[in-house]
Design a protein around this ligand. Structure first.
Ligand code: BES
Ligand code: MN
Ligand code: ZN
Length: 468
């Protein structure tokens, strides 16, 4: 590597890069490592400022016990954070099989959202250099999702969201089809439209086609895009309501994944769909007790207008199955507070009718450092959403089993021969504290899982194991 000024180098102890740098500095690195007892410890780190004969500000020598991909992402993230604002360039002088992860972690850690700060904060640029990393990195797709999720509701309402999807994905070769409220009315998306009917903002559905995989049946990626969720007439308490700008996080993951799939020119058939609405209380809003006919023809009694995400998803699930006949479906949604009670902020809930498809999601998640925990489904939970006067109701009764009754609601709209997984990301979509590779705020959770899932699976990776 050749270095520029105002730079920092990170090098792994005892590697060939370490030896080369040690030679250049006439043994400075090895003598400091010896003094710091690198050989006697499992992990160690030392920074040499203004090393002799190498024109950089610092060289950090690290002995690490990193093993998993996530360990290496955290490694990259840690040094990116450490040098942001202190150097212009960060060189990972490392030649190994983990460079992809180190770079990914560094870039995920460096994300900032500054556009509404008139006095810029955190806007120092740190260029990260590492060998053998391909041109299109996944972090760009995660940034796209994080930007969308962080935008406030007054900026990112359905029309603006649809426009941004189109402007970003069309140039990448994705066929973006935008359905405006007036078209949705004639097409029969009444359940989705009932959620948006109290809003002054028009509702939209956006379909994203990436058909680059020959004649296999597509994978469908389905996302809840509630641009703001007040709860509607069943209004939420004011404390924390501002969080509900991220109630479109499921759709953000879908859109981000489509961005990644297209940027990497993946040879698969994938179709994404997002339902974009705003849930508001108003004289025109849907009321508790209203009965609405879904696109599928089934009727729904709306007993709590805050259980709106499932209504949006129901109609787009129906549409995507009718139009594209996917063999595998994944939906992502910030669907229930109950999943946050169950799993906290540690894992997303996974509900599925297919153990092999569920396992495929879990292993794609594991590669990404995103955790999914399988939750139960079954006919007794399904019976909890039977309605007295319509085919079903949108809540289970009380709060009990709230994540599963929500999943059961969705499952009523899924054709039974298709492998389907529902990911409830309410607890993981936003991280108020932040982690090494996640600055506090929008996580972009699901983007990398979906990208890995699409790459790693074909029609034939699903067994005939539909249990339910
Ligand atoms: N968007 C919320 C769920 C949510 C909660 C997302 C916390 C992120 C963080 C969803 O629309 C909702 O309001 N769900 C209700 C359902 C209930 C009325 C059956 C809930 O979980 O309270
Ligand atoms: Mn709600
Ligand atoms: Zn919601």
């Amino acid at each position: 590597m050749s270095y520029e000024t105002n730079s920092a180098i990170v090098v792994l102890y005892d590697s060939k890069e370490f030896k080369a740098l040690d030679k250049k500095t006439s043994g400075q690195l090895s003598s400091v490592a010896k003094m710091k007892k690198f050989d006697e410890n499992e992990t160690a780190e030392v920074t040499i400022s203004f090393p002799s004969k190498v024109n950089v500000d610092s060289i950090t020598v690290v002995k690490t016990n990193a093993t998993s991909d996530q360990d290496w992402r955290d490694f990259g993230g840690k040094y990116a954070k450490a040098y942001k604002g202190k150097a212009d360039n960060l060189y990972f002088d490392i030649d190994g099989s983990h460079n992809e992860s180190i770079y990914e972690g560094a870039m995920l850690a460096l994300y900032t959202f500054n556009k509404y700060k008139t006095v810029k904060k955190d806007d120092a640029n740190l260029a990260v250099h590492i060998d053998a990393v391909e041109e299109h990195s996944i972090h760009e797709s995660v940034y796209f999702a994080r930007d969308l999720i962080t935008e406030p509701g007054n900026v990112l309402y359905p029309a603006e969201y649809a426009q941004r999807i189109n402007d970003t994905l069309t140039p990448l070769g994705v066929n973006v089809r935008i359905f405006h409220q007036s078209q949705l009315e004639s097409m029969g998306f009444d359940l989705l439209l009932s959620v948006g009917q109290g809003s002054t903002k028009d509702s939209y559905v956006v379909v994203m086609e990436w058909l680059n995989g020959g004649d296999e049946r597509p994978t469908a990626l389905v996302g809840k895009g509630v641009c703001f969720d007040t709860g509607g007439i069943s209004i939420k308490p004011s404390a924390g309501m501002g969080d509900m700008k991220y109630d479109m996080g499921g759709s953000g993951a879908v859109v981000g994944a489509m961005h990644a799939i297209a940027s990497h020119d993946i040879q698969s058939n994938v179709v994404g769909i997002v339902g974009l609405v705003e849930n508001m209380p108003d004289g025109n809003a849907v009321k508790p007790g209203d009965v609405v006919t879904s696109l599928s023809g089934m009727t729904v009694e709306n007993l709590n207008t805050d259980a709106e995400g499932r209504l949006v998803l129901a109609d787009i699930l129906t549409y995507i199955q009718r139009e594209y006949d996917p063999s595998r479906i994944v939906d992502l949604a910030t669907l229930t507070g109950a999943i946050v009670v169950s799993l906290g902020e540690e894992a997303a809930g996974l509900f599925t009718n297919s153990t092999s498809w569920g396992e495929a999601v879990k292993s794609a998640g594991k590669k990404s450092g995103e955790d999914y925990w399988r939750m139960p489904m079954g006919k007794n939970w399904n019976a909890m959403i039977d309605s007295d006067i319509a085919d079903m109701k949108n809540i289970g009764g009380g709060r009990n089993g709230g994540s599963t009754t929500a999943a059961e609601f969705l499952y009523r709209f899924v054709d039974k021969e298709r492998a389907w997984a529902h990911l409830d990301i309410a607890g993981v979509c936003w991280d108020a504290k932040g982690k090494v590779t996640v600055p506090a705020g929008a996580v972009g959770f699901g983007v990398r899982t979906l990208f890995n899932l699409v790459q790693d699976t074909t029609e034939h990776s699903i067994d005939e194991d539909m249990k339910y």
